[in-house]
Design a protein around this ligand. Sequence first.
Ligand SMILES: *Cc1c(COP(=O)(O)O)cnc(C)c1O
Length: 397
Amino acid sequence: MSTNKKLPEGLATETLAVRAGMTRSAHNEHSEALYLTSSFIFENAAQAAVRFSGEEEGNVYARFTNPSVTLFEERLAALEGAEACIATASGMAAITSLVMANLSAGDHIVASSSLFGSTIQLLGTILPRFGIETTFVSQTDAGEWDKAVRPNTKLLFCETPSNPLTQVADIRALSVIAKKHNVLLAVDNCFCTPILQKPLELGADIVVHSATKYLDGQGRVLGGAVCGNKAIVEKVFIFLRTTGPTLSAFNAWILGKGLETLSIRIKAQSASALELAKWLEAHPSVERVYYPGLPSHPQHQLAMQQQKSGGAIVSFEVKGGKDAAWRVIDSCQMLSITGNLGDTRTTLTHPASTTHGRITPEARAVAGINDNLLRIAVGLEAVDDICNDLARGLSAN
Ligand SMILES: *Cc1c(COP(=O)(O)O)cnc(C)c1O
């Protein structure tokens, strides 16, 4: 007999992160078991038939469901306050599956122009081949979103704060526009995670995640998820079950454990990010700092209303242009030079030549991604060590 007690109602997010979704096997393991199995067996022919037909709930094949994946889904749903969640092989698989499952040829999307690069590629160049068009609008001007909605619009899509300039979209205002036009609002909650921001409570219909970033938090595996009501998630499930970008059991097991430490990690990382942002703002070689937790940020008030803190991403412009920015990177002895983010180790990148290197200089200028911009994803090192590592390159400028 396994000891599976129902959790009490009203638990805090921090508690759900370590308790939600546990279903113990007959061995009564305390830590989550890892179910490395691609298929499941049946008692008899009749059970196989009702499992396949869906008349009886239960596992059949890991492209459909796997208990390790289910645990991660239930735990993340509890954190986002969602009715349901479906895990995917990556963040891009989550976004692609969400769109393919809920939209058809002839439908239209309104999306922020400040999205993750691959999301812009998907919406701007791949989906039009299947008859799904996207209009890109300002991250910060809700009026533009309202005007861009057409009779065939089905989805509003944003990511907040944005990468790398940390622009904040007003989720509540966008949800009012979505409801007025009877369309869905989806928010990529990768940067804040449900610890700092709960888009569904602010009126969004759907949350998507790249679990690769903070949910894992230790740079080990790819994963993604779509959270929302049962009807939306069920459609994504049917799409995944048929097409296959399902989350692997091993990655789900890593991600389920990642959620247990998410709260203390993201709170520590964002506390350090605020200190770092203040230090950078006071540095004579720094032209400008982009961080929603600073009063100088254009949407500071809004960020403090919809987020619990500024998050762990800080961008800044170095006086002296691209050469000066590269000198800061090359003078670092500790920070990791990589475009990835959401790791325990602080990462540093030059967006204009890496993450945003493939768009034209003109498009970069319109987006405000200047050649002297650097982006930091703050990790768990002592903040003084992070500042000292940057100080070497900055004082050379
Ligand atoms: C990384 C990222 C994605 C894509 O996730 P993958 O897991 O790399 O597929 C989507 N959105 C945001 C905001 C991201 O940072």
